[in-house]
Design a protein around this ligand. Sequence first.
Ligand SMILES: [Zn+2]
Ligand SMILES: [Zn+2]
Ligand SMILES: [Zn+2]
Length: 160
Amino acid sequence: MPITPLASRPHDHSHCVHSALSEADAICARQGLRLTALRRRVLELVWQSHKPLGAYDILAVLSEQDGRRAAPPTVYRALDFLLDNGLVHRISSLNAFVGCNHPGHAHQGQFLICRECHAAIELEQTSISDAIIHSASDVGFVVEGQTVEVVGLCAGCQGA
Ligand SMILES: [Zn+2]
Ligand SMILES: [Zn+2]
Ligand SMILES: [Zn+2]
């Protein structure tokens, strides 16, 4: 039986948000990084579900809920900070961001993206990234980064 990940079954998502934020606090404290109120709030918004969120959605929520007229460049810089420090991943095919499930160490992003509910399930399989590096080196290519995005139907959406 496959294990149904949290992202595609009902669960108390406030736990995900809470642990993501406290993990971010710990990582930033350990590395001497400044998790400003805005950066933390943007991370919280990215974590509002397991569905990747676009920068404009983040801006919209900031102005609606927080009454904060954050300028787009400010939000983009906050997202860059979160990306650079491995707290979120960018999903190119959706032009959106999703919280990292296992921040705090370097890894390549591998995502299963459900075309129905749009949840992004993060895998962390070094065998996949190693296979990509080896296949690339066979054609003389040096891999500097990789984000694998796979489209399909998650366990929760298959029966529906
Ligand atoms: Zn959750
Ligand atoms: Zn990750
Ligand atoms: Zn789904």
